[in-house]
Design a protein around this ligand. Sequence first.
Ligand SMILES: Cc1cc2nc3c(=O)[nH]c(=O)nc-3n(C[C@H](O)[C@H](O)[C@H](O)COP(=O)(O)O)c2cc1C
Length: 172
Amino acid sequence: MEKIAIFFGPLNGSVHRIAKLVASKIGTDKVDLIHITDASPADLEKYDRIIFGISTIGKDTWQQKFDNTDWSHFFPIVTDFNFKGKKVAIFGLGDHITYAYHFVDSMGLLGKTIKNNGGEIFGKVSTEGYTFQDSDAIVEGQFIGLPVDEDFEPELTEERVSAWVDSLMKTF
Ligand SMILES: Cc1cc2nc3c(=O)[nH]c(=O)nc-3n(C[C@H](O)[C@H](O)[C@H](O)COP(=O)(O)O)c2cc1C
């Protein structure tokens, strides 16, 4: 079977750590881990199953088109890419205490963009077990991907990622 790609950014933080954890749960031999600043549309084209890893770094930054984040390079590529025929899943890092009103917002923006561009989103997650006030990542009552809070709930990460990968891989 063809490999799954995990496109992630930024490097060397929580997103990177969780990208490696997701890869290990799927099986590292079945996954290509690709840092987004090294990625082009041709790289997206190569894979039929794509997982994205992203963090939310502030509503202000986000609205300024991700200036000063790795995503400033890659988000325009995603915006212009035709995801028709691609299976896509997303995990998003956030902080449910400090940013309770914008919890993992960027995962929502990314997911909606991919959906608008024809991608089929897998791995939606129930809001049960998460505490927050508002999130742009909720679509039809569910998170569009897996929220992970390494800042205030790191003890839940392993279980959340395991359950997500197990459920995702049944249909992905
Ligand atoms: C300046 C700044 C703004 C942030 N804004 C948000 C936010 O709006 N929503 C959210 O859920 N998390 C927010 N966070 C929390 C990060 O998403 C979280 O710490 C994440 O684990 C960072 O992962 P990274 O180090 O891989 O980028 C913010 C963090 C920082 C430093």
